[in-house]
Design a protein around this ligand. Structure first.
Ligand SMILES: N[C@@H](CCC(=O)N[C@@H](CS)C(=O)NCC(=O)O)C(=O)O
Length: 217
């Protein structure tokens, strides 16, 4: 699995996560919030500097800084379509604007208990309910497998209730959408799986409460 060292409040990291959603690729997130001690030092040791995002691809032995280079590498290596809409400079600007209202959320480390195994999160980058969950996972430096399930067709637009009401017979497209539906019978993000406690949760508020109670110190 690809590994991404990043933090939620970083606009450059966001661009890589957006590309991962659009390219339908999974990744192991190693959160590196400011002040974090769990994964940040690995980046300086391996790559020579504390700069994020930093992608490690064990399949090809590649390790890369620079969001633009990472996105290009992913597209070229995995045959995926690069995100459309403006040049990289414009994307950085709009990503900064997107992070602005979140202020310091997903930026600074908070003391936490390390999990034995990574958690697993079904999410897509622009989901407003998934973002607070990713922010908390980041602040608590909890590694997790990010299973992106971007929208794949018109029937996927809007909340799950819209699909149930207007597109009850729509097929399910997208690898992770099919995977989630096969496993749970539902299509809703965020969806958190914690193999350490055998916990499975929908609903962002419940997930945030669970993460605080289980891992925050
Ligand atoms: N040109 C780089 C810029 C990356 C960058 O400036 N990242 C900031 C975070 S947004 C960083 O690594 N700051 C150092 C730190 O957080 O310690 C890219 O596109 O990836």
């Amino acid at each position: 699995m690809l590994e991404l060292f990043e933090f939620e409040g970083c606009p450059y990291c966001r661009l890589v996560r957006e590309a991962l959603t659009e390219m339908d690729l999974d990744v192991l997130i190693r959160p590196c919030p400011k002040g974090g001690q769990r994964f940040r030092p690995q980046v300086s040791e391996q790559g020579g500097k504390a700069q994020f995002p930093y992608l490690v691809d064990p399949n090809t032995g590649t390790a890369l800084y620079e969001s633009d280079a990472i996105i290009r590498y992913l597209a070229e290596t995995y045959g995926a379509r690069r995100p459309r809409g403006g040049g990289h400079g414009l994307r950085v600007l709009t990503s900064q604007l997107a992070s602005l209202p979140r202020l310091t959320r997903g930026l600074r480390a908070r003391a936490s208990q390390p999990p034995e195994q990574p958690l697993e999160l079904y999410s897509f980058e622009s989901s407003p309910y998934s973002r607070p969950v990713r922010e908390r996972l980041c602040e608590l430096e909890l590694p997790y497998i990010l299973r992106n399930m971007g929208k794949a067709q018109k029937a996927d637009m809007g909340p799950p209730i819209v699909r149930r009401k207007f597109y009850p017979d729509a097929g399910i497209r997208g690898r992770n959408r099919q995977r989630m539906h096969a496993e749970t019978g539902r299509l809703q993000v965020p969806y958190l799986i914690d193999p350490n406690t055998d916990t499975r949760l929908y609903e962002s508020a419940d997930i945030l409460r669970y993460l605080n109670e289980t891992y925050a110190q």
